[in-house]
Design a protein. Structure first.
Length: 56
């Protein structure tokens, strides 16, 4: 999440690259962070990005 402290948004591909993981694990991780209200999803489909939930 350090990346999102410097940059406003992150894609799933960027999350994969930063963490050295594949698409499936990245999707699971991101969904878990959304469920815990750490991340917010912006958009849908291939242009979906994620940002920190500052309301937590």
């Amino acid at each position: 999440m350090r990346y999102l402290q410097e940059f406003p948004q992150m894609s799933s591909a960027k999350y994969q690259k930063l963490n050295g993981i594949g698409k499936t694990l990245a999707s699971q991780d991101i969904q878990e962070l959304i469920d815990k209200k750490v991340l917010l999803r912006i958009g849908k489909g291939p242009r979906t990005t994620y940002t920190l939930n500052k309301n937590v």
